[in-house]
Design a binder for this molecule. Structure first.
Ligand SMILES: *Cc1c(COP(=O)(O)O)cnc(C)c1O
Length: 222
């Protein structure tokens, strides 16, 4: 059995082999216990992604002795926005004004919450994510909020093994970010790429890949 440390090392090598610019690694620890996160931390990993609020809060408590950076990457229910704002450093899945405002209102007195807009790019069946044409007005809205710092865009394209299709979808997100930058938005983050498609994402300009199973193992029931 490969250890978390050795799989983490292998993922970093995959990133280094492809990347021409610095690419941050977010270890997606959803469904994995606190001990797995501790093991990854001992191997040098500091940033972790979670999709379920209560599960994440339990792990934060169990790991409060460690200096970790927590990223919320799941769909945001309105009644969970306050907990997310109070406990996470980043949120990748902002997709509407109402949620953005709630996050900001619940963040006062803390450093700004680092935020990405989740975009529903072409070929996605998921209901989450802003439509591409909603991104510019949402970016404008978020930029007017006190306690959110807009960092960039995130997407979860539908899985495909067709590398050209993977790249086309990631390119779409990159072009959307470029369009926002041309409008004057100061964005430095493209959160895209997971265990099975991170090379394509990196080739299209990802600055942060979100990797779960390649580090922690398959989430599927054994
Ligand atoms: C689970 C998840 C990941 C990681 O997926 P893997 O295929 O396990 O690498 C990345 N991003 C989001 C939003 C996720 O929910």
């Amino acid at each position: 059995m490969a250890t978390i440390a050795s799989r983490l090392q292998a993922v970093k090598q995959r990133i280094d082999k492809t990347a021409k610019i610095p690419v941050a690694l977010l270890a997606v620890s959803k469904t994995w216990p606190a001990e797995a996160i501790r093991e990854a931390f001992d191997a040098g990993q500091k940033a972790f992604g979670e999709s379920y609020v209560q599960e994440a809060l339990d792990k934060m408590q169990a790991l409060s002795d460690l200096d970790l950076e927590w990223h919320f990457i799941g769909p945001i229910q309105s009644n969970k926005a306050k907990s997310i704002a109070e406990h996470f450093d980043w949120v990748h899945s902002v997709d509407r004004e109402k949620i953005a405002k709630k996050l900001s209102d619940s963040r006062s007195g803390m450093p700004p919450l680092q935020a990405c807009i989740q975009v529903n790019i072409s070929g996605e069946s998921s209901k989450s994510g802003a439509a591409p044409e909603e991104v510019l007005p949402l970016a404008k809205f978020i930029s007017g909020l006190q306690n959110l710092k807009l960092r960039g865009l995130m997407a979860i394209p539908e899985p495909t093994t067709d590398v050209m299709r993977q790249r086309a979808r990631f390119a779409e997100l990159r072009r959307l970010k470029e369009a926002l930058c041309e409008e004057g938005y100061d964005l430095d983050t493209l959160s895209m790429g997971m265990s099975d498609d991170m090379e394509s994402a990196i080739q299209e300009g990802a600055t942060m890949v979100r990797v779960g199973s390649a580090i922690f193992g398959s989430r599927k029931a054994t």
